[in-house]
Design a protein. Structure first.
Length: 200
């Protein structure tokens, strides 16, 4: 059975992706061998990483997404700030925070979790933290490089006027290549829409 690497995510508006690309250029110091920058035009707000799934599971997963989206109307998000995991002195991941109607986003993520458990997917153990990943530092990055990037992050203001209007969530395919991941949409589910009657 063919396997595909997949995840469930919210698509970002093109204007925001362009703003994230500009932000990366501000943070990027030129030639930076310790940092792996994420392609800004491939950034999504990921709700659930599914890993490798059989193509025969796609329709059941899509129906689980539809069930999770029931009763949740479209909502509004916005990018809020710039930071790093685990902190600015030991930077491992560079991120942009997400604000707005976060309670509705968390409810959607929790409902996705519960509807996917019967299909064999594990529930998330860590609390869901909405963010957009801009970069990851390579494991070999020395402490002073991590601190330097943390200082640039602390000194950079990111104010973005492009809202994220969430009206649908997507089941995505991630194909890994030498040039990076290529993303494509498998299915899209509108919020608060009737359940489909398709059979798997």
């Amino acid at each position: 059975m063919e396997q595909i690497r997949s995840f469930i995510a919210i698509e970002l508006p093109d204007e925001l992706k362009l703003a994230l690309a500009r932000l990366q250029e501000i943070l990027r110091p030129g030639s930076e061998k310790w940092v792996k920058w994420v392609d800004p035009y491939g950034i999504h707000l990921t709700l659930k990483f599914l890993g490798n799934i059989g193509v025969d599971k796609i329709s059941r997963i899509t129906r689980a997404i539809e069930a999770a989206a029931q009763g949740i109307p479209p909502f509004h998000l916005e990018v809020s700030n710039l930071g790093a995991f685990p902190n600015l002195r030991q930077v491992q991941v560079v991120w942009v925070g997400v604000g707005g109607e976060i309670d509705r986003l968390r409810e959607l993520q929790q409902r996705l979790d519960s509807h996917l458990v019967p299909l064999g997917f594990s529930a998330e153990k860590r609390e869901f933290t909405a963010h957009l990943t801009l970069a990851r530092l390579r494991n070999q990055a020395p402490p002073d490089e991590r601190q330097r990037l943390g200082q640039r992050i602390a000194a950079t203001r990111f104010e973005n006027a492009h809202p994220i209007e969430v009206a649908a969530i997507n089941l995505m395919k991630s194909q890994l290549t030498r040039e990076g991941a290529i993303y494509s949409k498998i299915s899209s589910v509108g919020l608060n829409k009737p359940l489909s009657t398709a059979t798997a």
